[in-house]
Design a protein around this ligand. Sequence first.
Ligand code: PLP
Length: 448
Amino acid sequence: HMPTAELQALDAAHHIHPFSHQAELAEKGARVITRADGIYLTDSEGETILDGMAGLWCVNIGYGRKELADVAARQMTELPYYNSFFQTTHVPVIALSQRLADLAPGDLNHVFYAGSGSEANDTNIRMVRTYWAEKGKPTKTTIISRKNAYHGSTVGAASLGGMAGMHAQGGIPIPDIHHIDQPNWWAEGGDATPEDFGLERAQQLEQAILELGEDKVAAFIAEPVQGAGGVIVAPDSYWPEIQRICDKYEILLIADEVICGFGRTGNWFGSQTLGIRPDIMTVAKGLSSGYMPIGASIVSDEIAEVIGNCEFNHGYTYSGHPVACAVALENLRLLEEEGIVDRAGREIAPYLKEKWEGLLDHPLVGEAKIVGLMGSVALTPDKASRAAFASDPGTIGYICRDRCFANNLVMRHVGDRMIICPPLVITKAEVDLLIERARKSLDETLEK
Ligand code: PLP
C-alpha cells in the first residue's frame, strides 16, 4: 500500500535489475506491476497494460489461472521439496517426464531437469561432451552456435549465445564454442534472394565443421526461430540444409525451444513447425507458462542410453523440483485439454499474421515477420534499400518501445526491430487492440 514513488525509490536503492542500465532506470522509475489477469497487467497506479510479450515470452497460458495456484499449494503441502539425485524419485517428476516424452517429437523420450533455460543449456554442453566421450570420441567437444543467438545468461549458456553485448562483459565465450552468422536476410542479405542467402548461411555450418575438423565438433545449437535476437525467421531454404549437414557429419542437433516450445509457433514445438529433427530440445518458459521456474533438456533414446552407461556428474538442487513439476504438468494439461495450443495455431495465428503484416503499410515498417504467435517488424528510413537508421542502432526501437509502454502496450525492441509474443489465450478482439496500440505508437515514433 505504499505510494508508487516510494516503491520506485526503494527499488532503485536495493534492486539490481537484469539487463538494465541501473542509473537510467532509477531516474525514470520502474513501473510497478501489481496484478495480472488473462493478457493484461495492472500497475500500482491502476493502469491496465496489454502484455504483448507474455512476460518474458513465457506466460503462454495467460495470467491468473487459479488451477496452477491450487496445484502448487497442494504440492507444497504434500511434498514441498525432494530431489532425485541418488536413489529417490517422486510422483510429479515421474508424471511430467512421461508427459514430455509423449509430447516431444521423434524418440525424444528422456528428460533432465533444470531451474531455467540457461541451466538446461549448460546441461546440454556437458551432456553432449559426455556423450561423445562415452562413445570413444573425446575430442568432439566444440559446439557450433550462431551470432546474435540467445541461449541464456549463465557463463556456459551466454557463451553458446552470440550476443555481442554479453560477450563484451565478463570473460565469455568459454573455449570450444564457435559462432557462425545468423540467417537475418533483412539486415545482412544484401542483393541475394532470401532463398540463396538462407542456403549460404546454412552452408557456413558445413564450412565450420570442415575447418574445425569433423572429429572436433560435437553439436550445433540454434533456436528454431531466433527470439531475443529479434524474431529472426530464417528463409525456407535454411533448415533443410542445416538438417542435411547435421545428418551428414553426425553432429548432434540441439533445438533451443525455450521460446518456441509449447504452442508458440503454432505447433507444440518449433521443430515441428520448421521440420527439424533434433537430438536434444531445450525447454523452459512455456513449460510452466512462467508460473514456476523450471527448464529441461529432452534427449533422444540414443543419448539417454549412452550417458546412462556412466555416472553423469551434473545436477541442480532444484532439478525436477516437485512443485515446479506439478505446476508444469497442470499447465500442459490445461494447454491441451482447453485446446489453447490448437486454437492459437489454427485460429489466432492466421488472424494475427494478417493484421501484423498489415503494418507493412506504415512508413516506418520495412519487414513484418511472424511465425505462430511470435512476430517482429523491422523499422527503416527506406524500405527499398532496407537501410538502417543513421542514429545508433536501437535508438528508434527504444523510442518506439517507450511509446508503446506509454500507450499501455508491452512490445519489446531489439535494436530497431519491434517484437510481439502475446499469451496464446489472446482473442481476435485483443489482437485488434494490440495492433491499434502498436500502430498509434509507430505513428508517435515517426513524429518524434
Ligand atoms: N534459450 C532461449 C531461446 C531463450 O530465449 C532464453 C531466455 O530468454 C533462454 C534460453 C534462457 O532461459 P532462462 O532465462 O530461463 O534461463
